[in-house]
Design a protein around this ligand. Sequence first.
Ligand SMILES: [Zn+2]
Length: 430
Amino acid sequence: MENHRIQIVPGCNPIISAAIENLQDRWRQYSNRSKSKPLAGLLEEIIDPALSEYAKKIPRNYLPYILGSGQDGPLSEIVRTKPVGAELAQRNLIREFENASSNPAFSNPAFVATLETLVELLWACSDKRARHTKVRGLNGQRRAQEFCRFCGKPSELAAYAAGSDSVDIYHKSTTLQLSSTHCHEHRVKLPTGKWNPAYKSASMSVAKFDLELDRLTRQSRNYETLSASSGDPLVDQYIYQYVHRFGFRPGDKAEMRNHARGIVDAKLSDHKKRVLVLQQQGLNQSNIATILNVSRQSISKSLASTPEKFLAISASSSHHPGFNDEFRTKIRDIEPSIMDWLDDPNITDIMLNPDGRLWLTRENRSKAELGTIIESSQAKLIIATFAAEAQISPDAGQTLECELPGLLRLVAWLTPIVESPTFAIRKMAQ
Ligand SMILES: [Zn+2]
């Protein structure tokens, strides 16, 4: 753990990233346990000043979302008093910020990237805690792993330390034998003393789990480009769509671990991923078989044995039947990705800010994400195309509202009310 590099999330503020680099150059000898080289002392020297400098550069109402900038005292103090769990507290603050900023005008990817980096920092700090910490009165010789080795649930001991006392789960007679490395489902032995079959099968597939988790993590870190580095462009494409479908960010460690587990347990092999991507591109089974150099029967078998929830990934970018071809072509000519977002059932809102940034909101994600940037001339064409489709004539100088029945509603603000045209599209549930 001493050599673990803290991940700087792309977009992180340079004051913070520089301080973290500096910290890592020096922190090898430091730990939460050491009296002569306390980790909190080093944080006080390097991270606290960087955070207060950063705090001066951001809006005041952002401050409550940064751990260590409020009433709890500086970050070093938080790590001193609460070496474990601080990263979860910061993670929750990010969620709160994302909820508070559901209005895309307040969305701030750089601020969130900085907060995500702080989560990484706090996580690394918790790894440097003393190895003999008392866990809620258990004189722990063992150090609880935050996550189960095989999934995104906390290890039994970590769940217990965090306050989960469920007697149903933690049989009273075995309370002192909580697993420090596995969750309840994946613990090595059952309370009866027998080997746990779920442990056995998960340990057989641990290499696959690590591989899928690495791919999801890499893609979440470089969200906008194909980044899974699987060695196969079709598999990379699948992972890209998967990560976008769920909107994973680097801080979503538990979720990605659970999804990696799900992919492995469902036996969604790379072969099946390729088939799904090709099918989504509109190829029929014979064509897919030719490309992958296998029989058509094996393609149909692959699809038949793929659980429904994974098939849905490929359905997400199929054409929405409600838009006619002429409309499609017009929108695609202006900006192709807009048609993709209109077709994607997971995207609920598309909004254009006056600065030309298009923001997207996905179902079940509070945070808007940046789609692309367009020119104001393109914005005008888009609005005009929607208006024509809804058979409304746009009067200059007015707001324009139109509805494509069953599909969406669009509200647009045109010049001169605003400096450059903006709009908000709310899609109707399919
Ligand atoms: Zn588990």
